[in-house]
Write a protein that binds this ligand. Structure first.
Ligand SMILES: Cc1ncc(COP(=O)(O)O)c(C=O)c1O
Length: 388
């Protein structure tokens, strides 16, 4: 028996990320403008790093609360009151080792092996992969793409729900399409979940990156206290903390011990000094977040306007999230196109093949960068597209 045949089928079935594959191809290349992964160009602001560093130096290096230190869970409650006008108790919050871990634990909490989880595609590939690793089967429901706009087809979503469905995974605003559920969409999805007794796993990590108002519509606006909704979230995008690996779950307080156990038997909690940084992010970070959002809005306009003006790209400015998701005329293999584009133009894009059903002819570009750099990337892409 070889090493590989002796591994579990579940671990072997985990796919390589199609985004990382292209990043690895050109990693470290001089002059590349990296629009391929979902992160900005700023390091974590000082006031956040300093709070963590001071706690570290002060000796906050011991085991701590599995579900998160009380000051962080209290700061999260204040943040939801401020930004979502939602009164939640600190007991509704569970601190996790990244948004990704929040997703993994939420899926583990509500699905058993053999169950199905329905998700809308194109989607960030980690949702489906996390389900598979947990033994659940992801079932894709492609959004409709019409006249450059992505739309939910509720009939398709309802048709995908079967005997084995346990959860609907809803990411709004969406990575990579920017599709953002309207209040009517949210109401229809919630009604479907209630009708079939399903959980909703709501990934609203980009809720503040919304360009048609102060924040995107949220399930928080319409849910009742006893609805079965788990919100997964992260410090990564709002506060430029992608490398920290800290996130959180919002869940009914009744699940407290279950989530605490799932945290205990995976990471046993997030380092206390990092949680002090997270408290600073929440309590002192509103101005930084607002600047990040304003920068994303400017860069979104620059990139999308330049690409749309070529008349060779099908896309609309996304309502939310951090990505332009574009279909370039004549591209039939987006993985190869991402490689050609980084070779010829030095702009790093993620191939749509990485995002599941419905996305294979598209490319994703993250625009959370200095607008001057995004304008340079847009110009390089424009020249490349027009020369084809
Ligand atoms: C929609 C969505 N959810 C969750 C995450 C995970 O974030 P984290 O960096 O905290 O793992 C990402 C990261 O790109 C994302 O795009």
């Amino acid at each position: 028996m070889t090493i590989m045949n002796s591994l579990s089928p579940r671990s072997l079935s985990a796919p390589e990320s199609g985004i990382v594959e292209v990043v690895n191809y050109a990693r470290g290349r001089e002059g590349v403008i990296p629009l391929w992964v979902g992160e900005g160009d700023l390091a974590t602001p000082d006031f956040i790093s300093r709070a963590a560093a001071e706690a570290l130096v002060a000796g906050e290096t011991f085991y701590t609360w599995q579900r998160g230190i009380p000051p962080l869970r209290e700061a999260l409650a204040r943040y939801y009151q401020r930004r979502f006008q939602k009164a939640l108790s600190p007991d509704n919050f569970y601190v996790t080792g990244s948004g990704m871990q929040a997703i993994k634990l939420a899926i583990e909490a509500v699905t058993s092996p053999g169950d199905e989880m329905v998700l809308l595609t194109p989607a960030w590939p980690n949702f489906a992969a996390a389900a598979e690793i947990s033994g659940a089967r992801p079932v894709s429901v492609p959004l409709r793409f019409e006249h450059g706009k992505w739309q939910l087809d509720m009939n398709r979503l309802e048709a995908a729900v079967g005997e084995k469905t346990r959860a609907l995974f809803i990411n709004t605003p969406s990575n990579p399409t920017g599709w953002t559920a309207t209040p009517d969409d949210l109401r229809a999805i919630l009604a479907l979940a209630r009708k079939h007794g399903l959980w909703i796993i709501a990934d609203e990590i980009y809720a503040l990156y919304y360009y048609a108002g102060t924040r995107a519509p949220s399930f928080l606006d319409i849910m009742d206290d006893d609805d079965r909704i788990l919100f997964v979230n992260s410090f990564s995008k709002n506060w430029s903390m992608t490398g920290w690996r800290v996130g959180w779950i919002v869940a009914p307080a009744a699940m407290g011990q279950v989530l605490e156990n799932l945290i205990q038997y995976s990471t046993s909690g997030v380092a206390q000094f990092m949680q002090r940084g997270a408290v600073a992010a929440l309590d002192q970070g509103d101005a930084f977040v607002d600047e990040n959002i304003a920068k994303a809005a400017r860069s979104r306009d620059l990139l999308c306007d330049a690409l749309i003006a070529t008349n060779r790209v099908e896309t609309l400015k996304p309502d939310g999230a951090l990505y332009a998701f574009l279909k370039i005329d004549g591209v039939t293999d987006s993985r190869q196109a991402a490689i050609d584009i980084v070779d010829r133009t030095g702009v790093g894009l993620a191939p749509g093949t990485a995002f599941g059903e419905g996305g294979s002819l598209f490319m994703r570009a993250c625009f959370l960068r200095d607008p001057a750099q995004v304008a340079e990337a847009a110009e390089r892409l424009r020249r490349h597209i027009l020369s084809r």
